[in-house]
Design a protein around this ligand. Structure first.
Ligand SMILES: [Zn+2]
Length: 335
């Protein structure tokens, strides 16, 4: 991870600050709206709060000048540095997030190590990967310090002031339950968090909830509905949390996401026609180029992606699951 930041100016008062991340994606974009209500949309991980401080200084802002932080959703790269900032602003910063992700931001990751271990065993994860995956989980925790949300949004659309603009926070669940996009209608600018990431189909992440021994799968159907919601806004330009701004055809991009989803389901089904499989075996077959330095992180993400696809296929009736010796197997339903 290269410890440097990059600032790009979007207009007179809006800035993109790219901060490094370990592994892939290599950086996260924090958007700074300067003006009447100094606002940050996302924060980067806790490890890079000093870089964020330097970048803001270059823009002419200190932590104490920031009025509000809006994590687009409850994953560590989006809220991780909020706590460090709030503390260094004498608790002057408001933290605004959607209620659906509030537990993740305020309490961190829920699964205790034993539940996590049992879940990995039930997915058939190779023994040699269980320890590295557990270490990765500990690393995730260290990247995001819990922070108290001062305003929890319960609405699907919430209007507020950011910088010198009137903006809307729009609930777009799928990647996570409480994922929000920020839209500035006047300029047609959409800050999409992890809902729309050009060049990559956003992963529908499975997350543990309090008192569950299995992660609750986010629904692909909910994600695709939320994509339609964004398409109707007809944004001129999209600013994702990862990667470069996008001003291409949104309907085409959404269509590509849908095609990838259908193709992956087909591929999973074809594999299952030959053999009943665990999530782990399927993940290795569907995402073939898992290797090298990012293996563990990619494994973690592809396990989640495979799991959520399988759960969707089970509810659509194409796949049936059964447990044998505490390991879950999936089989193709035959018509
Ligand atoms: Zn995320």
């Amino acid at each position: 991870m290269k410890l440097s930041y990059k600032i790009s100016q979007i207009n007179d008062t809006i800035y993109r600050i790219s901060l490094p991340l370990p592994g892939n994606p290599p950086y996260i974009n924090v958007y700074c709206f300067k003006g009447e209500v100094n606002t940050l949309f996302d924060t980067g991980i806790s490890w890079t709060w000093r870089l964020l401080q330097k970048a803001l200084h270059e823009i002419g802002l200190q932590f104490k000048d920031i009025h509000q932080i809006i994590p687009s959703h409850g994953h560590v790269d989006h809220y991780g540095a909020a706590n460090a900032m709030v503390k260094r602003s004498n608790n002057n910063i408001q933290v605004i997030a959607h209620n659906a992700d509030a537990m993740r931001i305020e309490k961190g990751v829920y699964a205790n190590p034993l539940i996590m271990l049992r879940f990995m065993q039930s997915m058939g994860v190779a023994k040699s990967l269980i320890v590295p995956l557990a270490i990765l989980d500990i690393m995730f925790k260290s990247m995001g310090h819990k922070v108290t949300i001062t305003h929890k949004i319960i609405d699907e659309v919430y209007t507020l002031r950011v910088g010198d603009y009137n903006a809307k926070l729009i609930l777009t669940p799928g990647h996570s339950k409480g994922q929000m996009c920020l839209f500035i209608e006047k300029e047609g600018l959409l800050f999409s968090g992890d809902h729309i990431v050009p060049g990559v189909k956003p992963i529908i992440l499975a997350g543990f909830e309090p008192n569950t021994s299995f992660p609750v799968s986010q629904s692909h159907a909910i994600f695709h509905n939320a994509l339609k919601k964004v398409e109707k806004l007809h944004p001129n330009k999209i600013f994702p949390a990862h990667g470069e701004p996008f001003d291409g055809k949104l309907d085409r991009l959404i269509n590509t996401y849908y095609k990838i989803y259908q193709l992956r389901k087909q591929r999973i089904y074809t594999v299952l026609l030959n053999n009943d499989c665990t999530v782990y075996v399927l993940a290795r077959k569907v995402f073939k180029n898992l290797k090298g330095i990012n293996l563990v992180l990619d494994m973690y993400l592809s396990l989640s992606e495979t799991y959520t696809h399988l759960e969707a296929m089970c509810s659509e009736g194409d796949v049936i699951k059964y447990a044998f010796d505490n390991v879950i197997y999936y089989t193709a339903a035959l018509y």
